[in-house]
Design a protein around this ligand. Structure first.
Ligand code: FES
Length: 111
């Protein structure tokens, strides 16, 4: 198992998310990291409905009250903690989650 630093925890605003490019399975991929306090949740930036970036408006990953991740194409809503789609055209499907850890103020991807 290897761990790769991708950004500082403080680079991601609390209760919000930030998009970036990171190596996943040996390929450069668009990902995003959602933050809740000291916890970070990372996903491929790829909607399971139409295979497009979640943030058609750059870095807009959340719904209006920041309670759920929202795809800006057709509005599908996903739980922050596990990426499950709870409403929208891909309900029941999930974002592809990436394992993270937070160490010494840095968010790491664990593969
Ligand atoms: S592309 Fe994301 S909800 Fe349709």
């Amino acid at each position: 198992m290897s761990s790769t630093e991708i950004c500082k925890l403080d680079d991601v605003p609390d209760n919000d998310a930030k998009g970036m490019v990171a190596e996943v399975d040996g390929k450069q991929r668009n990902i995003f990291v959602a933050r809740k306090g000291e916890q970070a949740f990372a996903y491929l930036n790829w909607c399971p409905h139409n295979q497009v970036l979640i943030d058609q408006i750059p870095n807009k990953f959340f719904n209006a009250d920041y309670s759920l991740i929202q795809c800006s194409k057709h509005g599908a809503l996903f739980q922050i903690e596990d990426g499950l789609c709870v409403e929208g055209p891909c309900e029941g499907e999930s974002l592809k989650s990436l394992t993270t850890s937070v160490e010494n103020g840095m968010i790491c991807l664990v593969e």
